[in-house]
Design a protein around this ligand. Structure first.
Ligand code: ATP
Length: 647
């Protein structure tokens, strides 16, 4: 059972709960014995256990009242002590089991979070963000609650049921058949419930996924929904998902709700049967009234024990579904992995001379079964003496999925330290994919991406990414302040980012003026996702965040197109002073943005259509010429060419 495995790390708590429950069961099973003594001895025999002695005392005319009171107070005292003990133990068991359940929940949440953070886009898409959220919240809460209940009930139910049977056999075995019939009825009711509710319990988690998915999509795309007047349609879609969930929950809740009255009926009928058949024994003198009362109590204890076991058998499969869903995530290895081996081998070095286009002289150690490669970690983690990083694509082919067309085919180029490499191409040509491969959000399907001659798969991801200042195409900010967002990644060397650096970065990104105009300046609040700043402002803050890192290479993924032409020109004019010495890889739509780049790579349908300076490409690359002419006139282009040229 999946859920039981989660108790592995809490054996101490389980053992403690077991001991406490054993004592508690002892207390509870003792109370009916005391009840029968009060009835049979305390009341019927005036507190004198020996019948002959009682007769003697009566014959001698002794006042029996003080004896009776003393007996009742003594046994009543015991009963109170057992009841109080049972209550205290119940509190202790509740405390330990809730604590253990909460710890299991916390550990699962943190393991899930760590695993999901390590996932590449491929795994996130495989599960869907909505399902991952349901698994990390709803499924974990379910397991937490079931774990707590299991601890309280799974051990207690059999103890109670077995203890009850022993006491019943000791009290009056002849009436045992009534208990057997009652237990059979209880299990039959549970079996029927099990048969009808279990399949619905199993699909419930999927339906919750679906509701989350629709709600998430609708909330994210709310402006579009409103703009296209599709509120009614979206409400219908949400209602559909919600209705299915409601119907399923109603069915299971009704079934579970029907169980309690059914069980009460069984219990009451059992009591009636015991009194009916037991009274004959009392009348015949073969059974005492107290024993009959105790018998009824033990029968109830047994039925309760069986009921608890039945409830557990219904709850467990549902929790198991949740456990499976969580285990599925935990068992999924991220497709992008850190290298396993730390042995530095010369063969891991890709030719630093940039002999792309042909097989590298020093071939990479092939990935092992899990897709990992051996790593020259010493090389990877040691900061390169050079300020700028040399990024080389060597015959890279990449597919997002095994079945799909390649997003990149045989792409080769090199970005040199201290230089600006621009990537242009029509939409969907693979520009963003190039940047994602440099950051190693995905691994190449064939070929290699290397930084300073080391394959990116051969260095720890954190070390690799510490070398870059990345600006994504879709600007994203975190809830906090302007300053906390700019200092988000810290410096490339792990150092804190000073206020001077923050201001400097904001100034280069043309964001300082608007930030200072906001109330609170650097401390002004930013809401989740950066919703309280404009698209262009958000993009400028993202640029400043990358600049503040002062990394070895900047990766600007089409981030200038969100800026107006004047701001774009201003940022580009200020950039070289800040990025001097670092490598700049710049994805752009606008030709004016890339004119002054040292080298431009033209991508077309995932292939390299040309590499060179603006001037070279205007002469040699028809695809580039076409893009350039679609944006600027011949005169503008030749003027810009003379002005910009190669830096
Ligand atoms: N996560 C993904 N899963 C599957 N295919 C994808 C994914 N992301 C991109 N693609 C596909 O890969 C190809 C290249 O996409 P990419 O985003 O790199 O293009 P781009 O040149 O950056 O486009 P744009 O200029 O519009 O941003 C496209 O055909 C796109 O449909």
């Amino acid at each position: 059972m999946g859920v039981i495995r989660f108790f592995g790390q809490h054996k101490g708590a389980v053992a403690l709960v077991m001991v406490l429950l054993l004592i508690k069961a002892g207390c509870e099973l003792a109370i009916p014995v005391l009840t029968s003594q009060i009835v049979d001895v305390g009341i019927a025999q005036s507190g004198v256990e020996d019948v002959d002695a009682l007769e003697g005392l009566k014959a001698a005319g002794v006042d029996l009242f003080p004896l009776q009171m003393a007996y009742l107070l003594r046994i009543g005292g015991f009963m109170l002590a057992f009841a109080a003990g049972s209550m205290a133990l119940d509190v202790a068991v509740g405390y330990v089991s809730s604590r253990t359940g909460a710890k299991i929940g916390r550990s699962l949440r943190s393991r899930l979070f760590n695993r999901v953070v390590a996932f590449s886009d491929a795994e996130i898409n495989q599960f869907s963000a909505a399902s991952l959220i349901t698994r990390g919240t709803n499924d974990v809460v379910l397991i937490q609650n079931v774990s707590t209940m299991l601890l309280r009930m799974v051990l207690y139910a059999p103890i109670l049921a077995i203890g009850g049977v022993v006491m019943v056999m000791a009290t009056n075995p002849e009436l045992g058949w009534i208990v057997v019939v009652a237990v059979a009825v209880v299990f039959s009711v549970i079996a029927v419930l099990f048969r009808f509710t279990l399949p619905r319990f199993k699909i419930m988690q999927k339906l919750i996924d679906k509701v989350n998915l629709v709600a998430r999509e609708m909330l994210t795309g709310l402006p579009v929904v409103r703009a296209f007047n599709r509120e009614g349609y979206e409400e219908g879609r949400f209602d559909g998902a919600s209705l299915k969930l409601m119907r399923t929950q109603l069915f299971t809740n009704r079934a579970m709700a029907a169980m309690m009255p059914a069980m009460m009926l069984v219990m009451n009928l059992t009591s009636v049967a015991i009194v009916w058949f037991g009274s004959a024994g009392v009348a015949a003198g073969s059974m005492q009234t107290g024993d009959l009362i105790a018998f009824i109590t033990y029968a109830m204890v047994i039925i309760m024990g069986c009921l608890m076991m039945g409830m557990i058998s219904i709850m467990l499969p549902r929790a198991d579904v949740a456990a499976q869903r969580i285990n599925e995530v935990l068992a999924t290895e991220p497709s992008v992995q850190d290298p396993v081996s730390v042995s530095a081998t010369a063969s891991n070095r890709v030719s630093a001379e940039g002999d792309f286009g042909r097989p590298s002289s020093g071939a990479l150690t092939p990935p092992d079964e899990s897709g990992r490669v051996s790593a020259p970690v010493e090389d990877a983690s040691r900061p390169s003496p050079a300020r700028g990083a040399r990024v080389v694509f060597d015959d890279v082919t990449f597919r997002y999925s095994d079945e799909g067309d390649p997003a990149l085919s045989h792409v080769s180029f090199a970005a040199e330290p201290g230089q600006t490499l621009a990537i242009v191409g029509p939409t969907g040509s693979g520009k963003t994919t190039v940047v994602k491969l440099i950051e190693r959000f995905f691994d190449v399907t064939a070929g290699s991406v290397s930084v300073d001659g080391v394959d990116v798969r051969a260095m720890p991801q954190a070390d690799l990414r510490a070398q870059f200042g990345y600006v994504p195409q879709k600007a994203f900010l975190f809830e906090g302040t302007v300053a906390s967002n700019i200092a988000y990644g810290g410096g490339a060397g792990g150092e804190a980012v000073s206020e001077d650096v923050i201001r400097g970065a904001l100034s280069v990104a043309c964001a300082l003026d608007f930030v200072e105009a906001r109330e609170g300046g650097l401390a002004s609040p930013i809401s989740q996702g950066g919703a309280n700043v404009s698209g262009g402002q958000r993009q400028r803050l993202c640029i400043a965040r990358a600049l503040a890192r002062k990394p070895r290479a900047y990766l600007f993924d089409d981030c200038f197109s969100a800026l107006d032409y004047a701001t774009d020109a201003k940022v580009r004019a200020a950039l070289p002073g800040w990025t001097e010495g670092s490598t700049v890889i710049l994805v752009a739509q606008r030709i004016s943005t890339v004119l002054s780049a040292d080298r431009i790579v033209v991508l077309d349908e995932g292939r390299v259509a040309g590499v060179g300076t603006h001037r070279e490409l205007m002469e040699t690359c028809p695809e580039y010429r076409e893009i350039a002419l679609s944006q600027l006139s011949e005169e503008e282009l030749s003027g810009e060419c003379v002005e910009g040229g190669a830096r």
